[in-house]
Write a protein that binds this ligand. Structure first.
Ligand code: GRF
Length: 212
């Protein structure tokens, strides 16, 4: 099945127009498992405010693609050259009338062409309390390891706008928890993930409510 067929193969993609219900449209970028993407797709499945219109990944093996399929949400896989050297991704997002781009475990830096096409409409979630423990190479277990090594008293998550640098855009929301004596990397990861799942869909919803 070609990628293009995969995107536009679902008849439901333009459904909202036929019924004249103008829902906000979300595109999710993810490189891996997609547990956050799952929570977002669940949250908006029956929403009258918004829908997840497309899931995009740079990784053809990413489990997030299976999750999208389970929700009958179209997906699109792209490579580095396409992402950084062509307008293809911007064209797809514009054609699908995407209102908000959500990075949920997406590991590549967003190119300027995409930032310009969606000013203040691209957000990311990071598993630490930015500005601490962010930047290039700070993802996954490395973040929690660094937090433990630094002897921090608290840890948490940050949802922020995306700019041209890793993890440096304006903060939209943070949630935190206290680190207990004996907390391991796995425990920090679990507690952080609970917060991500709890807050990310709600923050997206609140943001979309502000758009006209
Ligand atoms: C999350 O911890 C998020 O903060 C980070 O990447 C991870 C993605 O996890 N940006 P998942 O694929 O949503 O489970």
């Amino acid at each position: 099945m070609s990628e293009k067929y995969h995107i536009f193969g679902y008849k439901s993609i333009f459904k909202y127009k036929r019924f004249d219900i103008v829902k906000k449209r979300i595109a999710i970028f993810a490189s891996g498992s997609g547990s956050n993407a799952q929570k977002i797709m669940e949250h908006f499945k029956y929403s009258s405010l918004a829908e997840v219109a497309l899931v995009l990944s740079n990784n053809p093996e990413a489990y997030v693609l299976q999750r999208a399929d389970n929700f009958e949400i179209p997906s699109h896989v792209f490579d580095r050259k396409t992402f950084y050297e062509s307008d293809e991704i911007v064209d797809i997002l514009k054609r699908l009338e995407i209102d908000l781009v959500v990075l949920a475990g997406f590991l590549w830096l967003v190119p300027e062409r995409l930032l310009k096409a969606f000013p203040n409409k691209i957000i990311n979630i990071h598993p630490a309390l930015l500005p601490k423990f962010g930047g290039k190479g700070m993802y996954g277990d490395r973040v929690h390891q660094a937090v433990l090594a630094a002897g921090e008293e608290e840890h948490g998550i940050t949802i922020h706008f995306v700019n041209e640098k890793f993890d440096e855009g304006e903060v939209i929301h943070q949630a935190k928890f206290k680190i207990e004596n004996g907390d391991t990397l796995e425990i920090l990861k679990f507690k952080g993930q609970q917060l991500e799942h709890q807050y990310f869909p709600k923050v997206i919803e609140n943001l979309l409510k502000k758009y006209n």
